[in-house]
Design a protein around this ligand. Structure first.
Ligand code: ZN
Ligand code: ZN
Length: 299
């Protein structure tokens, strides 16, 4: 179906992966989302959750051609990139992988990846990767248009942009409410629907009005919700300034943006299934939901 726009949570954990039996229901993998817009696969962030996406693609490629990966990164903190080296399509000759992200401090993302992910910290250099792996720098004033044939183009928002009916439009909002270099909120528009991914952001009221405009009236908002209010405000160990939100902050933002659905995301690695299930009883309703590993929805 040409209208297909689905989201599957592959990793919902913040900070670092957790491999304990008490975490199996919500999942212990770090940030990664699998989105399918008809023929095109979009991946948001490369936490350890991306490894399962790669394994599935390799399995599927036994009977059909390996699909192109369009990967967008919120930022390059470890929990958002640590699965990339284990994403199997990277090692398949001629597999097409387009990655988009912002480099901190005006650096070049490709050079940075060579240092922090390959070369001395991995058995391979980037130049030894077999696939057709392209790393693109993007900024807030740019948008990426992906068409159903897999061609991708970066435009400046000031350019006149021709968008066809079946194109996917990806736009960005850079928040500074995440130390030290900020985080890119990512909006995906396909057909009549809009998804906004806003992780690693500390939604302090009045400090990021630009985001409210950016996400206005989205169908699905996926929001950082790392802490409970009591942990955030714990006088012995306050989390103010850590760059993450509480469940209440995420709800405020969903209300301000008039989001139709909100998913809490990027849970603290100490919050096990019991803790999250308890929080579910306080917060969950038809509109406010908890992201869970392998949960799949139609946008
Ligand atoms: Zn994170
Ligand atoms: Zn971060």
């Amino acid at each position: 179906m040409k209208d297909t726009f689905t989201l599957k949570f592959r990793g919902v954990r913040g900070s670092y992966p957790v491999a304990k039996k008490e975490f199996l229901e919500f999942g212990g993998n770090t940030s990664s989302l699998e989105i399918n817009c008809f023929n095109q696969l979009i991946i948001l962030d490369c936490g350890t959750g991306i490894i399962d996406i790669g394994d599935k693609l390799i399995n599927d490629s036994i009977s059909k051609p390996l699909v192109q990966s369009n990967i967008f990164l919120s930022h390059i903190h470890q929990d958002h990139i640590q699965g990339l080296q284990f994403y199997k399509p990277l090692f398949v000759k001629d597999a097409k992988i387009n990655l988009f992200g912002f480099p901190p401090d005006g650096e070049n993302l490709e050079d940075l990846f060579e240092t922090i992910l390959f070369d001395k910290v991995f058995p391979l250099k980037l130049s030894e990767i077999k696939s057709n792996f392209k790393i693109n720098n993007v900024a807030q004033n740019e948008i990426v248009v992906i068409n159903q044939n897999g061609s991708t183009k970066i435009y400046n928002t000031k350019d006149s942009i021709l968008i066809n009916e079946d194109d996917i439009v990806v736009s960005f909002y850079k928040t500074e409410l995440h130390p030290k270099y900020g985080s890119l909120c990512i909006k995906i528009q396909y057909k009549t629907k809009t998804l906004v991914y806003a992780t690693d952001i500390e939604f302090i009221k009045g400090k990021d009005e630009g985001f409210i405009d950016f996400a206005k009236n989205c169908d699905v908002l996926i929001s950082d919700a790392q802490y409970t209010n009591s942990d955030y405000n714990n006088p012995k160990n306050p989390k103010y300034g850590f760059g993450h939100s509480t469940f209440e902050m995420a709800i405020d933002v969903a209300d301000l943006t008039n989001a139709k659905k909100l998913f809490f995301f990027h849970y603290d690695p100490y919050y096990d299934d019991n803790k999250l299930k308890n929080l579910q009883t306080s917060f969950e309703n038809d509109r406010i939901l908890f992201a869970k590993e392998n949960l799949e929805i139609e946008i």
